[in-house]
Design a protein around this ligand. Structure first.
Ligand code: NAP
Ligand code: ZN
Length: 345
């Protein structure tokens, strides 16, 4: 057992403070990671503020983790001391259920999330706004050498969450993909979809980030604040990936799909979304998607390494977390805040 420095909250609407978290002694299949960076995902904010459901407090969030392996258990085979690794949204799965068997560990019947979740030793997990983590080697993924550790951290959630549906629904040459919302997930989605060969458009609220969207690989950029946009984009896309974190009228976006098109909502607004059923009548579908399984997470990292996909980041200090949360909610961050874990006092 070791005690490590962390940053967390004791309730839904209180400032972040220094905390200590206990990490288990590494078992034979565990590794101990010195965390270097942790991305600030909007899901951290939904969770901390109790917007989905009340989490257990005290709570240390963070599931976009990169770091260096400091110690390995006796039976570890996949990793060695000194390896650069990433840890994402999950830290355990049973390995035996039908979903685990199919590489869909994110649906494991007894999966364990990186924070605010009950682990197999009956402790509540605490996330990556902390100096170190003990985790099964199954849930620490080697980073390709070409990736920068700070810019790769957001791939562990934002990368997995966008790569998985883009691949599942066949993003590639000849496919018109629209990415709705240019934030943390959106800016990675644009890069991945473009690297897969799809023709990518961005649908944002305004044109204020247009130059960045085009530089990230989009070929055009639309603002929903312009009344003409939804008319112009009527029946334009084969696939829409909605990354927005707030409620909006989904019917307008569904109307932008071609017959047979699919809208996948990865953004998880706390409130229900409504749309008229006849928006779907031309063989259109709407689906959800949840991070990625183990195999696909490694595949995503290797893909990003091969295609130079990294997050555009603002490196922040531990004392900036409260202010950063406000800036994320106001969509002011370009495009992912990443906590420099060494600044945790
Ligand atoms: P983010 O960085 O805050 O980006 C969200 C984007 O949504 C913003 O940049 C903004 O884009 C748009 N937006 C925000 N408020 C809006 C509003 N009121 N109306 C319309 N658009 C709005 O958040 P993120 O970290 O990318 O996460 C996005 C969502 O995905 C969150 O709900 C998060 O919980 C969820 N998520 C889901 C999964 C999963 O596995 N399904 C994984 C990770 C995150 P524009 O300024 O361009 O309009
Ligand atoms: Zn996340």
């Amino acid at each position: 057992m070791s005690v490590v420095r962390a940053c967390g909250v004791t309730g839904p609407h209180v400032p972040f403070q220094s905390l200590e978290v206990v990490r288990r002694e590494p078992g034979p299949k565990d590794v101990v990671i010195d965390i270097k960076y942790c991305g600030i995902c909007h899901s951290d904010i939904h969770t901390v503020r109790g917007e989905w459901k009340m989490p257990p407090y005290p709570l240390v969030p963070g599931h976009e983790i990169t770091g260096i392996v400091r110690e390995v258990g006796a039976a570890v085979t996949r990793l060695a001391v000194g390896d650069r690794v990433g840890v994402g949204c999950m830290v355990n799965s049973c390995g035996e259920c039908d979903y685990c068997q199919r590489g869909l560990e994110q649906f494991c019947r007894s999966g364990v999330w990186t924070y605010a979740s009950r682990d197999y030793d009956d402790t509540i997990t605490q996330g990556g706004y902390s100096r170190a983590l003990t985790v099964s080697e199954n849930w620490a993924f080697p980073l390709p050498d070409s990736l920068d550790m700070a810019k790769a951290a957001p791939l562990m959630c934002a990368g997995a969450t966008t790569y998985s549906p883009l691949k599942r629904w066949g993003a590639g040459p000849g496919m018109r993909v629209g990415v709705i919302g240019l934030g943390g997930l959106g800016h990675i989605a644009i890069q991945i979809a473009a690297a897969m060969g799809a023709e990518v458009s961005v649908i944002s609220r305004t044109l204020s980030k247009k130059d960045d969207g085009l530089a990230l690989g989009a070929s055009d950029y639309w603002a929903t604040s312009d009344e003409a946009t939804f008319k112009t984009l009527f029946a334009s896309f084969d696939f829409l990936l909605c990354t927005v974190s707030s409620v909006q009228n989904m019917g307008d976006y569904i109307n932008c799909l071609r017959p047979g098109g699919v809208l996948v909502g990865v953004g998880l607004p706390p409130d229900p979304i409504s749309f008229p059923m006849n928006a779907l009548s031309r063989h259109k579908s709407i689906s959800g998607s949840l991070i990625a399984g183990r195999k696909e997470t490694q595949e995503m990292l290797d893909f990003c390494g091969a295609h130079g996909v990294e997050a555009r980041i603002e490196l922040i200090r531990a004392t900036d977390i409260d202010d950063t949360y406000k800036r994320v909610v106001a969509s002011e961050v370009r495009y992912r805040a990443v906590l420099d874990v060494e600044t945790i006092a």
